[in-house]
Design a protein around this ligand. Structure first.
Ligand code: HEC
Length: 486
């Protein structure tokens, strides 16, 4: 397995070397591990292996984004330069705009970058309070694979808790969406293949995966980056008939970073995981040696990925039994040079002994030949191919073997439709459940004062029609095509 992949990578490397002179004039790539609150701007082509260049870019971005943030609305997106990665407090990316701040029910004009005003999907909760919920409930329970028109495929960890997902984006990306000439938060204005849209250089988007901790998880706490959040509670919501969110401790288990740069207009794609997620595939650290439990693997046979929960979607009426803790494995080995970069970072004084030494880069994917950006140009992604389908075990759990990594899938569900590789807009801006909420409960109840039960829109207004208008969105149709392939 490893061997095959290496030969393929070697052959491609030869091609890279032949093309190397093209961009090398733009400066030597930075391959030296450093702990700084600023990321590397860009990755020019270079002689030799490209992995250290791109993997160092990924790690520097990971550290800069997970730097302790300055707090308060006026400082959104800014690091506290007096702090170090080991210090406490919310992280820079957690002060970025959340998707629910920009794509709110009824598509109101989003408040400016330096504001936390606006509706919150938990209702009665300030947007500065971290919230794991979506206006269409359960959207943030599901991975990026779908039955027709619906988000699908939840992941249940070994403590019987649902994994929760969070999407946030930088000021550049926000400004692209709200630009008066774009207004992409309104469905009718979404870019199309005929009228493609482009995000600003420097746009950064994050998708994070969280474990919701419960009292039995006491011993593992010191291994994770932990924060508190208001978390949507489906059981209490069912029982009480109103949306209920409760405060929980949450532990970071997965982290996608996607950055659009001048030299890489098809964005650079990086993915990090907590080292205790699943058993090592090659020489990754093994939670067993600590010893602690894997978050997503029983440690017992059979060591195969659990079948996708049928029929896949989690919703008000269909929730896989949390007792079905899902068995997850890493289907593809992590590139050895990437593991070397992980070890280099773990050994740096400001990372060693912090929770960040328990996170590893599992892959970087980048456009190898960017060319002229356009809806038909995915930039010749690298690495690529079935034996290098790189994915995050917490976010593409069931997609680790289909030959499409980040760029290939986002090309199909977004860029080919004129949306510059950004996927969520197509889902959020067209969500009819949001429209239903806008038409009824939110207008009426608006933001009620926060109270013990966190009352917000009645559940009935949240339950949408069983078939959603998402079925007609081209992003969804593209994804369904991919998933229906044998
Ligand atoms: C099977 C197709 C598929 C694959 C493979 C895939 N994604 Fe996505 N991704 C999506 C879809 C669809 C969404 C929007 C729905 C959501 O939020 O999950 C999305 C959302 C995201 C987001 C939130 C912002 C956005 O563009 O919507 C990020 C960041 C992201 N993906 C990064 C990655 C990275 C990094 C990889 C590779 C490790 C990857 N994705 C692999 C389909 C995919």
């Amino acid at each position: 397995m490893m061997q095959t992949r290496f030969v393929a990578a070697g052959a491609l490397l030869a091609t890279i070397l032949m093309n190397a002179h093209a961009a090398s004039a733009q400066g030597a790539p930075d391959v030296t591990p450093k702990v700084l609150p600023d990321r590397i701007d860009d990755v020019p082509d270079a002689d030799g292996s490209p992995f250290p260049c791109f993997d160092n870019f990924s790690w520097r971005a990971f550290i800069a984004l997970n730097w302790p943030a300055l707090e308060g609305p006026e400082n959104r997106g800014m690091p506290d330069r007096t702090k170090k990665p080991g210090d406490s407090g919310p992280r820079v990316w957690e002060t970025y705009k959340a998707r629910y701040e920009v794509f709110a029910p009824g598509a109101p004009e989003p408040k400016g970058w330096t504001s936390y005003e606006g509706a919150n999907p938990c209702g009665g909760v300030d947007n500065e309070t971290k919230t794991l919920s979506a206006f269409s409930h359960f959207a943030d329970y599901n991975q990026a694979s779908f039955v027709l028109g619906r988000l699908a495929n939840p992941l249940i960890d070994q403590s019987k808790m649902y994994t929760r997902y969070e999407v946030r984006f930088s000021r550049e990306q926000f400004e692209s969406i709200v630009d008066p000439n774009n207004k992409w938060y309104i469905k009718q204005n979404l870019p199309t293949a005929a009228k493609p849209g482009t995000f600003k250089d420097g746009s950064v988007e994050i998708k994070a995966a969280w474990r919701v901790l419960n009292p039995g998880d006491g011993t593992v706490r010191s291994r994770f980056y932990i924060n508190k959040a208001m978390v949507f509670d489906p059981v209490a919501t069912d029982q009480q008939g109103t949306v209920v969110c409760n405060e929980h401790e949450i532990a970071l288990v997965g982290f996608h970073i996607v950055i659009k740069t001048k030299l890489r207009p098809q964005w650079i794609w990086s993915s990090f995981e907590h080292v205790d997620n699943v058993p090592p595939r090659t020489d990754e650290p093994d939670a067993k040696a600590v010893p602690v439990r894997y978050s997503f693997n029983s440690g017992l046979p059979p060591q195969v990925v659990a079948p996708m929960p049928a029929p896949g979607m989690i919703s008000e009426t269909n929730r896989p039994d949390p007792n079905l803790k899902m068995q997850v494995i890493r289907a593809q080995p992590i590139q050895p040079e990437t593991m070397q970069m992980n070890r280099n970072y773990w050994n740096l004084p400001d990372i060693k002994e912090t929770v960040w030494a328990n996170y590893m880069l599992v892959m970087t994917q980048w456009p190898r030949i960017p060319g002229t950006p356009g809806i038909g140009n995915a930039g010749t992604p690298f690495p690529t191919g079935v034996s290098s389908t790189l994915a995050n075990t917490t976010m593409e759990t069931y997609q680790q073997r289909n030959g499409r990594s980040c760029i290939e899938c986002h090309q199909e569900v977004s860029n080919s439709l004129g949306r510059d590789f950004v996927a969520f807009m197509g889902f959020d801006a067209t969500d009819p459940v949001q429209q239903a909420i806008a038409a009824t409960a939110f207008r009426a109840s608006s933001i009620r004062a926060a109270n013990a039960t966190r009352n917000s829109p009645s559940l009935d207004s949240v339950r949408g029609p069983s078939r959603t208008a998402l079925d007609d969105d081209p992003s969804v149709q593209a994804l369904v095509r991919i998933l229906q392939e044998p």
